[in-house]
Design a protein. Structure first.
Length: 94
């Protein structure tokens, strides 16, 4: 399987290549060096039940370089309720 990585050039990058606009709050909390290390990490998340999906989302939003998702169970309609609780897309009356 061929992997493709998209690099987006931002005008607000610092000397270490960290997007200071996108990660301003994380930089303020952890520091630019730590954010640069986060951006170079590759993470595997096994199991995408409620907790696994939330962890994967938080890793992606924190700027981790690459996240690989693995779940042995096939997705079902019941899984939708654990991720999209109060959405228009989910209706308990269907």
């Amino acid at each position: 399987m061929e992997e493709s990585h998209v690099k987006i050039a931002h005008e607000s990058t610092d000397s270490e290549g960290v997007d200071t606009d996108r990660f301003s709050r994380i930089i303020a909390f952890l520091g630019a060096g730590t954010v640069k290390q986060l951006m170079s990490l590759n993470v595997l998340v096994c199991g995408l039940d409620g907790l696994g999906a939330e962890i994967a989302k938080n890793l992606i939003l924190s700027g981790v370089g690459a996240v690989t998702l693995h779940d042995t169970k096939p997705a079902s309609w019941a899984d939708l309720s654990s991720h999209v609780r109060n959405s228009v897309a989910y209706s308990p009356f269907i």
